[in-house]
Design a protein around this ligand. Structure first.
Ligand code: C5P
Length: 240
């Protein structure tokens, strides 16, 4: 079966908790989930040892550090991500083509050296927390869609395997770049879940229908009274 034909394999669970205990509890509570996202908060708290713990439970790690620095530094971090067995990693596309291509080359070389699969490198386009006014304030085009497209094209040209963007931008990115380029979307809210602080949200079924490859889901599952049941409901919704 194509890896993306299985809805459960397309859901990335965001482990936005402060420490190892609750993070690993969630991993154990969700046997049907395959990919778990470790972001800045949890990584700062626990470091790479936690990545090994998650992998020891038979799961894949999405290391979401949203790297953005000079090319040499980002390449070094990408190399270490490979060494720690990350399946997916994020790099800010606004760091530029040289930074992204350097990271892609470092990840490729390190994976070859270790005989491991190269992690999927994803370019972060525009954070869903930024509105057009915020973009103007930092000197970007005050048009999130246009800016996402511009950065996605840059990421594809620099050897990224895909991008992270809001579900609203899936279609423009897909149309411009074509199939085979991964589109990963956060801000996913099933109809039965609260929006919380996410502004531009979409249901799992809609995001899949528009062509998202992977959905990042945090609180609708992790804060549910039964995370496993919430996960199952999302899978059902995606399959319908
Ligand atoms: O709890 P919730 O489903 O909103 O979690 C979404 C996850 O996706 C969080 O880990 C958040 O950091 C991440 N994310 C996001 N918007 C982006 C990029 C990442 O919400 N543009």
């Amino acid at each position: 079966m194509n890896r993306l034909a299985d809805p459960a394999a397309r859901i990335i669970i965001a482990l936005d908790v402060e420490s190892r205990g609750p993070a690993l509890d969630l991993v154990r509570e969700l046997p049907e989930a395959e990919i778990f996202k470790v972001g800045l908060e949890l990584f700062t708290a626990e470091g790479p040892a936690l990545l090994e713990d998650i992998r020891a439970l038979g799961k894949q790690v999405f290391l979401d550090l949203k790297l953005h620095d000079i090319p040499n530094t980002v390449a070094g971090a990408a190399r270490l991500g490979v060494r720690h067995g990350a399946r997916m990693m994020t790099i800010h596309a606004s760091g530029g083509a040289e930074m992204m291509s350097g990271a892609a080359e470092a990840a490729r070389a390190e994976s070859a050296r270790l005989g491991a699969a190269k992690p999927l490198l994803l370019g972060v386009t525009i954070l869903t927390s930024l509105k057009n006014d915020d973009l103007a304030a930092i000197g970007m085009m005050p048009d999130a869609g246009a800016q996402v497209l511009r950065l996605a094209v840059l990421a594809a040209g620099a050897g990224m395997d895909g991008v992270v963007c809001a579900a609203q931008e899936i279609e423009i990115v897909r149309k411009k770049i074509g199939p085979g380029f991964l589109i990963v979307t956060p801000g996913i809210r099933p109809a039965w879940a609260a929006a919380q602080d996410q502004k531009r949200i979409m249901t799992p079924a809609e995001a899949v229908g528009r062509g998202s490859d992977y959905l990042v889901v945090g609180r609708p599952v992790t804060r549910a009274s039964s995370p496993r049941e919430a996960f199952r409901k999302i899978v059902e919704e995606m399959s319908a």
